[in-house]
Write a protein that binds this ligand. Structure first.
Ligand code: BG6
Ligand code: MG
Length: 214
């Protein structure tokens, strides 16, 4: 395997936990339409783009077919609630373990990037006061295909000026591990993604990254 020169981190579920906000916002949207929605369905939305998430939620919709315009309106409604919730985040929402690990990786000379499906990545990073921390940010605003397509990570590697095989993707969703593997990167699974068994490495805790690259 090639030597790792950079880390590309998924944002939601790796650097910060926004699941609860996604849940509350989608729940409010679903309730407004009389659609059943629960934590289990929310779980299926990890790593999935906003519009693809809406389609998953609409599997439980039983009314008249919805126009594309109406779907855009529902997604925008959810997003307005979600952004409002994101505004309550503070730098403390990124754990000390994550911050210390990132600082140590940087001290060891690695480049650090974000690879997120979210169009709200800039807002989240701003709330964490990490807007200028990463060497590159590839997110939902610069891609046309969401994970499991590799595009978001391929772009991150491009932004860093490195070949994919010298990058290690850190992910908490199976779709993200598939995206990293598909893009020719090495992958480290954390949290739920460990269960898919497809990561090059499995992490028990974020700081385990320091053992992969001594
Ligand atoms: C991913 C989340 O990071 O971003 C998904 O895991 C979310 O749950 C996706 O749907 C898109 O997010 P946003 O902020 O663009 O609606
Ligand atoms: Mg994630």
């Amino acid at each position: 395997m090639a030597d790792i020169k950079a880390f590309i981190f998924d944002l939601d579920g790796v650097i910060v936990f926004t699941d609860k906000f996604h849940y509350l916002a989608w729940k409010q949207m679903a309730d407004s339409m009389g659609i059943y929605f629960d934590e289990e369905i929310n779980h299926r939305l990890r790593g999935v783009s906003r519009m693809a998430s809406l389609e998953i939620i609409l599997e439980r919709y039983e009314g008249e077919p919805l126009s594309e315009e109406k779907k855009e309106e529902l997604a925008a409604y959810k997003n307005s609630i979600y952004v409002e919730l994101l505004r309550s985040m503070t730098p403390e929402d990124c754990s000390q373990e994550v911050r210390d690990t990132l600082d140590e990786l940087r001290r060891r000379g690695y480049k650090l990037a974000i690879g997120s499906s979210s169009k709200n990545a800039p807002i989240i990073l701003e709330q964490l006061e990490m807007g200028d921390y990463f060497d590159a940010v590839s997110d939902g605003n610069n891609i046309t295909k969401s994970k499991p397509d590799p595009e978001v990570f391929v772009k991150a590697a491009e932004f860093l000026g490195l070949p994919p095989e010298e990058c290690l993707v850190v992910e908490d969703a199976e779709a993200g591990i598939d995206a990293g593997n598909g893009g020719g990167m090495q992958t480290a699974a954390i949290g739920d993604a460990v269960n898919c068994g497809k990561g090059t490495y499995n992490l028990t805790t974020f700081a385990d990254l320091l053992d992969i690259c001594k």
